[in-house]
Ligand binder design. Structure first.
Ligand code: AMP
Length: 288
């Protein structure tokens, strides 16, 4: 059954009620326009908790590009239809003032250090401050036992893992694998803005990341990244960054040390749409 909550007060009271009834809760924050990637997080939560809370909130403070915010797809009816019959789901779909009653101005920036100076953070200034701000606010309203996030947004997951320790949060972070389209392209609400041909061709991004993984023990990261960049450009894909980084510090790694966790991360522009992806090259992503 799907129950919809529109206000922070109603949502928070339901959380208190479930806690009193000793029900475990899993939380899946999203910006809506749900696809199978989001549903995989919901499925993981349904398996491990009595109640799953999914939020649908297009967070204005994490968009550094006004037109990206404006173009972001919104369709709550369609989202609710996708969640029907999956299990006990609470959908939290608030208006902006429910999340930011004092306005969207950032009161106290989080000290994210290098974590927000690289890759996504470098190219989208202020983005992760907005993400941290909204997750903080959402977790105050939905203090769930477990928080489900996708590996698709690797840097986001890494930063939230860091912030949960800073906040001393009892919420346990669970990371779920990237769900892909048939072509290999990581599912994303933004894929809908691509032409059919570009969408298929963008499968090349994942193939190139896998190509790097298959050669990482025989070649230097530097050479592989250079070659991979050329391969992408040859397929009319325009990389914005392509880096091999440590899974926790996000510092570039060269070479990859035995037993360490390293991941290759990419952002690519296709037909004016910005796509991101990543593949773990060695080690294992650790939850909080
Ligand atoms: P978004 O609605 O894009 O903010 O995403 C909400 C959550 O779904 C985030 O934790 C994302 O990492 C996760 N997610 C988005 N796309 C995928 C995907 N293709 N596979 C797995 N998780 C995903």
């Amino acid at each position: 059954m799907v129950t919809i909550f529109r206000t922070a007060e109603d949502m928070a009271s339901a959380m208190v009620r479930w806690a009193k009834e000793n029900k475990t809760t899993g939380f899946v924050p999203t910006m809506g326009a749900l696809h199978e990637g989001h549903i995989s997080l919901v499925q993981a939560s349904l398996k491990e908790n009595d109640i799953t809370v999914l939020s649908v909130f297009v967070n204005p403070t994490q968009f550094n590009d006004a037109s990206d915010l404006e173009k972001y797809p919104r369709n709550l009816e369609k989202d609710l239809a996708l969640l029907k019959n999956l299990g006990e789901i609470a959908v939290f779909a608030p208006e902006i003032q429910e999340i930011y009653p004092q306005g969207t101005e950032l009161q106290q920036p989080a000290d994210l250090g290098f974590l927000e100076k690289t890759m996504e953070g470098k190219h989208r200034p202020g983005h992760f401050q907005g993400v941290v701000q909204v997750v903080n606010r959402l977790l105050n309203i939905v203090p769930a036992s477990k928080l489900y996030m996708g590996q698709k947004d690797f840097q986001q997951f890494t930063i939230i893992r860091f912030m949960l320790t800073v906040w001393n949060s009892p919420t346990q972070l669970v990371v779920c694998p990237v769900i892909r389209e048939e072509s290999g392209l990581a599912m994303s609400s933004r894929n809908e803005r691509l032409s059919g041909e570009a969408r298929k061709n963008a499968g090349e991004i994942f193939r190139v990341l896998q190509w790097i993984r298959s050669r990482i023990h025989q070649n230097s990261p530097e050479n592989l990244l250079l070659e991979a960049w050329k391969m992408l450009e040859a397929q009319s894909l325009s990389p914005e960054y392509l880096e091999i980084v440590d899974c926790t510090t996000l510092q570039p790694v060269n070479p990859i040390e035995e037993g360490s966790c390293a991941v290759v991360c990419i952002a690519v522009w296709v037909e004016g749409v910005r796509l991101i992806d990543n593949v773990v090259l060695s080690g294992k992503l650790l939850p909080a």
